[in-house]
Ligand binder design. Sequence first.
Ligand code: BG6
Length: 483
Amino acid sequence: MYFEKTAGFPDDFLWGSASAAYQIEGADREDGKGISNWDEFVKIPGKTFKGTTGAVAVDFYHHYKEDIARMAEMGLKTYRFSIAWTRIYPQGNGKVNETGLAFYDNVINECLKYGIEPMVTIYHWDMPQALEDAYHGWENPQIIEDFVTYAVTLFERYGDRVKYWITMNEQNIFTSMGWMEGLHPPGKTDQLKLFYQVNHHANVAHARSVLELKKRFPHAMVGASFAFSPCYAIDCRPENAMAKADFDDLRNYWWLDIYGYGRYPKSAMKYLKSIDCAPDITADEMQDIRQAASLIDFMGVNYYQTAVAEYNDIYGVGANHEVNTTGEKGTAKISGVPGLYKNPANPYLKTTDWDWTIDPMGIRMCCRTITSRYDLPIIISENGLGAFDKLEEDKTIHDPYRIEYLRAHIAELKKAVADGCEVLAYCTWSCTDLLSWLNGYQKRYGFIYVEREEDDASATLNRYPKDSFHWYAEVIKTNGQNL
Ligand code: BG6
């Protein structure tokens, strides 16, 4: 829509940044922490860029006071971070680890000291390895009870201070990377039926956690964060428009409809049944999923890029088992589902060095879709640019490309607000540099440079604000007026 005058962001808008435990904390064997699936997976040669691991990461575990002080200096209103399940339950279930609980007490209290609203992600991909060993983690319905027990432990411990909860981070990504592309743990490929079963277990775990939270804290704000890639048909040929509809049902609404409506999209379910890949589901599970959908308070959106859909014939391209992890532009490959769609590059848009499409208007598209389809408030729980940064001799970092990326996205978000979308928060990815799961430390996302490369031995882990740090501080100070 076009409006001659707009009011801008609401006064209580939550400007923030986000991170994930595995990507920042390090201290992987300290204070009783158990081993996670990622701690194990990265040991497999060739899985991550230069064999990087989260053993040290950017050592947030020992730098959290310094990092949160920097967040306060920047003026952050919210900090979204995840809790490592293995610090709370080292074996995934059973005996709780008080030292782990106390660490997040400290993080939360440090945020509150500066008036920063803590936003907690319960699950950002680091599954206790003990549960993988015991029953293959998400593949087994037993995971639901263990997940909910873990979530309830967090609610009871932190619910007096934490208002915003995100149950799952990008369920669509960790499951497709884990069971279709073989790029995340457990490293399986083309397990379509299992992929949908695993997702169903995660949906039930999400739903039952929402119900448990609302029993204890009815005014808490809860939702899941979805990696939303709005999709454009490559042109107006009807078969390409249908390819887009298929993509949306299978790649977007399969999750969004569960969170927002408590049901699976009908055509997608019919298709999966026809190829014997639909998940086994029970009436009780669907009832809990429906009830949770009626209780969630926002849709969390991690927005990085849009997709393009083109009809893919039955002999066409299938899943992709490779991604660009080197930063050598132009090495990404097309993937698709034979008979339905494939996802070519968008010739109208530029890409990052890791071949991620840059499309600021996509963030507005996410908000518009969620608003018209689910009428839910929105939290942009991630948005950011992974780029090579250069630390100058005087320890400055000039990152105009990051400023430009964020500026353009926030400008589109502002338009979404003008369009009537109720956007509660915007979290950049990320505040400090961190470990990119597959891409090492050279793909940087932060406002604060952390002095380290792939090789742990040479790391000073010193922190230096980049130009974008000062720019974002001004954005926050002016509530998005000065972009
Ligand atoms: C999201 C994840 O998919 O994108 C983050 O929630 C991740 O954990 C971010 O780091 C960027 O992805 P990558 O692969 O560039 O690290």
